[in-house]
Design a protein around this ligand. Structure first.
Ligand code: SAM
Length: 345
């Protein structure tokens, strides 16, 4: 019986189990699509709990598959749940869940990499960036081949405040291969410190919540999985355009085991490279003999700010592309070699 004066909490009515849905609709996991399902609802509840308070929230679940996480999201009492699933075989099972939670679920048969997230939620949910995050969450257990490009795309969206972040600081709770999660959260000096660590930590508080052992999935993947929660920061740690930060960070990590100046050199054309590298390192006050993985976030900020000033003084600098220069040189060399070869008779 409902407690007088209190709205009764939403619970899904009795339904076939996720395992039964899989059998009923013959949802054999497709290995080539890296489909690994979670059938243990205690585990899916634990993932959903990491997202925070979901009562009356608007949630988008990416890749719901047979719907284990979907059930936990619905049981958390959300107001609206948008499901984006690429594989048509899962749609009838999701429709069954939708009927059990009338008016709450919207199913989209589509690809999250191209879906227009800026139109996914009602406009009235929008918050200013500096305000509390909107009551919007993105949750998903996606294939690893999708989750990494997706987080890079969403980090760019955070930086530009577009895509799912036109609503404000929308929070994401996503699964990754354990090693990728370690890269996302690695501190300076850590073995896993990489480009992904800087790009994610300068825009979000990145929380590595817990590890799900591979054997919890059906079928079992080769690797363990980690749940990562990303609340976007009000103020990015590096206040420069995404493309500029990306270029500096990519260049620095180009030669991971060498001194960091080796990668920084590649920001500059051959003519004047040494002088400009010295100028950048000195003005940014960064020791050129540190290794890329030893650099702190404030050292990356200083490098990006100084590089930005140099680009403002010489706008051709930002479009300079080291790899393209190498390609052109190689082309020229092979052209010269072919024209200087003696002709065979
Ligand atoms: N969330 C379910 C679970 O935890 O049991 C299924 C997880 S399975 C690893 C990944 C799911 O994402 C599959 O249902 C797959 O079809 C779906 N998927 C894969 N790529 C997708 C994409 N680009 N857009 C939307 N869904 C995708």
């Amino acid at each position: 019986m409902a407690v007088p004066g209190k709205a009764a909490a939403f619970r899904l009515p009795p339904l076939p189990t996720v395992g039964e849905i899989i059998k009923l609709f013959r949802l054999k996991a497709q290995k080539q699509l890296s489909q690994n399902f979670l059938l243990d609802l205690r585990l899916t509840d634990k993932i959903v709990k990491q997202a925070g308070e979901l009562k009356n929230a608007h949630v988008c679940e990416v890749g719901p598959g047979p719907g284990g996480i979907t059930r936990s999201i619905l049981n958390a009492g959300v107001e609206q749940l948008l499901l984006i699933e690429k594989d048509a075989r899962f749609i009838p099972g999701l429709q069954m869940l939708s009927e059990a939670a009338p008016g709450k679920v919207r199913i989209v048969h589509g690809d999250i990499l191209t879906y227009k997230m800026e139109r996914a939620f009602p406009k009235f949910l929008k918050k200013n960036w500096e305000d509390e995050p909107p009551d919007i969450h993105i949750i998903g257990n996606l294939p690893f081949s999708v989750s990494t490009p997706l987080i890079i795309k969403w980090l760019e969206n955070i930086s530009k405040k577009d895509g799912p972040f036109i609503y404000g600081r929308t929070q994401m709770t996503l699964t990754f291969q354990k090693e990728v999660a370690e890269r996302l959260t690695a501190n300076p000096g850590g073995k896993q410190r990489s480009r992904l660590s800087i790009m994610s930590q300068h825009l979000c508080t990145v929380e590595n919540c817990f590890v799900i052992p591979g054997q919890a999935f059906v079928p079992k993947p080769e690797v363990d999985v980690a749940v990562v929660h990303f609340p976007p920061l009000v103020q990015p740690k590096i206040q420069q355009p995404f493309e500029l930060v990306e270029k500096v960070v990519r260049s620095v990590f180009q030669f991971r085991r060498k001194y960091c100046f080796r990668g920084i050199e590649t920001l500059f054309p051959e003519n004047g490279r040494l002088k400009r590298t010295e100028q950048l390192m000195m003005t940014a006050n960064v020791d050129p003999t540190l290794r890329p993985f030893q650099l702190s976030m404030s050292q990356f900020r200083s490098l990006c700010d100084t590089y930005r000033k140099m680009c403002d003084e010489d706008p051709a600098l930002f479009v300079y592309n080291y790899r393209e220069e190498l390609r052109q040189k190689k082309k020229m060399r092979s052209l010269l070699e072919s024209t200087s070869e003696p002709k065979q008779t």
